[in-house]
Design a protein around this ligand. Structure first.
Ligand SMILES: Cc1cc2nc3c(=O)[nH]c(=O)nc-3n(C[C@H](O)[C@H](O)[C@H](O)COP(=O)(O)OP(=O)(O)OC[C@H]3O[C@@H](n4cnc5c(N)ncnc54)[C@H](O)[C@@H]3O)c2cc1C
Length: 420
């Protein structure tokens, strides 16, 4: 198999890991090979093509969602589901440590084993802001992978400009009444809870407040699945009409929600390094293997100059994205502020460079992998076209490609001689 032929991560980068990170990487490697992949392979024997496995209402097929929950719970039981969270919720890994663990998970493609790691609607660093009631009643199942809690900023009228969001929270007795519309929310069709961002009592632009609510609350109506290019039935909308919540729903401080939103967004951006490096390696391995096996005009296609050039460009892309991600995540780890309360201009710039470069580069690599495999690369059963569709998607959520460029440009002005 290609994974054995191309060790990952390369041994020369392992000395960057902390002792806990190295241990987590070894344990994740065993978990993926001994637990996750056998489970995925058994599932694939029953459901050979799950690329578009959806219920009639567009939600992810029940059996695939059950696989997702099982993977989360098995990983949580092994202590690997939330390595990014501080103890006792997780392992307290830094960003470089996390990148290696993510890379290990994603180098097998997107077959179901990727659910071993908490992702967008899983426990994020902002659980540290949850109050005692939420930590007591909701967090245990969330950390164990049994429930999902989506994060809802985006509305039909506001996306990139989320500080201008229009959902309101109006004081009413010992709590608030929430009204508004959320859309394009990962996990909304299935999640039990949502972290909803709203403006309290006519708060000005940017003065947001986060509320943790049950999506079964009176006044919440889930909209239809919003099927994206990924066709995975996991993106959706919901509306809130006078949804009453008490103070136990509050996450952080009233008016402190924008910082929480950025903490979550920056966490999502930092994950792009490991995800893109892992998926990129999977694509490179698949393309190289095929180029050696497939013959045309009497010889393996790897010997055809233009195919060789495609492969070479893929490897250049993979090596540069991995090296850049390690460099930037190492800088962010050293500063230690990107997921805290004092995010600097340099942090914002480095995260945006990371996100843009990884998104753009993975997209090119996935495109080339399909090209090398010809028509076979477009078959859903090879898994490459799924990675290509996911890679195309990545350029929009957690800040579009254009927004990243705007952040980078602004940070250059703000940091003066600090920039390269
Ligand atoms: C699959 C998927 C999952 C998502 N998951 C979530 C989720 O879990 N939670 C959540 O809250 N949201 C989620 N989103 C929403 C996502 O964050 C937004 O789609 C994104 O922020 C862009 O907002 P928009 O779609 O409204 O586009 P707009 O903001 O309207 O952008 C339209 C165009 O204008 C450009 N533009 C906007 N502002 C600027 C600027 N300042 N400088 C330069 N160009 C700019 C954009 O780059 C884009 O080209 C998800 C979206 C998708 C597709």
């Amino acid at each position: 198999m290609s994974e054995e032929r191309t060790p990952d991560p390369p041994a020369d980068s392992l000395d960057r890991l902390s002792a806990v990170g190295a241990d987590a990487l070894v344990r994740m490697r065993s978990f993926i090979s001994d637990v996750a992949l056998p489970r995925v392979e058994a599932f694939e024997r029953e459901r050979p093509d799950i690329a578009f496995a959806l219920e009639s209402d567009g939600r992810l097929d029940e059996s695939v969602y059950a696989l997702k929950l099982e993977m989360q719970q098995l990983s949580a039981a092994a202590g690997l589901y939330c390595p990014h969270l501080a103890p006792p919720d997780g392992l307290g890994l830094g960003l470089v440590d996390c990148m290696h663990v993510q890379e290990e998970v994603f180098r097998h493609g997107i077959r179901g084993q990727q659910w071993a790691l908490a992702w967008t609607e899983g426990p994020s660093p902002i659980v540290r802001h949850w109050n005692a009631a939420a930590r007591d009643q909701i967090l245990p199942d969330f950390l164990a992978g049994r429930t999902a809690v989506c994060l809802a900023l985006t509305e039909p009228e506001v996306g990139s400009d989320f500080p201008a969001l229009g959902t309101t929270a109006t004081a009413d007795g010992a709590g608030w009444r929430l009204t508004g519309e959320k859309h394009l929310i990962t996990g909304a069709p299935q999640a039990e809870f949502a972290q909803v961002f709203a403006r309290v009592d006519d708060a000005p632009r940017g003065e947001l407040t986060c509320f943790l609510i049950s999506l079964d609350s009176a006044g919440v109506r889930r909209g239809p699945v919003q099927q994206t290019i990924m066709a995975d039935g996991q993106t959706g909308s919901f509306s809130l009409r006078d949804v009453w919540v008490d103070e136990t729903a509050l996450v952080g401080e009233i008016g402190g929600g924008q910082a929480l939103a950025f903490e979550w967004i920056n966490w999502a951006r930092t994950r792009r390094g490991g995800m893109a490096a892992g998926l990129g390696r999977h694509c490179v391995n698949a393309a190289v293997d095929y180029a050696h096996e497939r013959k045309a005009y009497g010889r393996p296609i790897v010997e055809l100059g233009s195919v060789g050039a495609l492969l070479a460009d893929m490897v250049i892309d993979l090596e540069t994205l991995r090296a850049l991600a390690l460099e930037l995540l190492g800088r962010l780890d050293a500063r230690g502020t990107v997921l805290g309360d004092a995010v600097s201009a340099a942090d914002r710039r480095d995260v945006s460079i990371l996100k843009s470069y990884c998104d753009d580069t993975l997209y090119r690599i996935a495109d080339s992998a399909i090209q090398v495999q010809g028509g076979r690369g477009l078959l859903t059963t090879t898994g490459l076209e799924k990675i290509f569709r996911v890679a195309r998607n990545l350029k929009i959520p957690a800040g579009t490609a254009e927004v990243q460029r705007a952040i980078i440009a602004r940070s250059l002005e703000a940091s003066g001689s600090d920039h390269p």
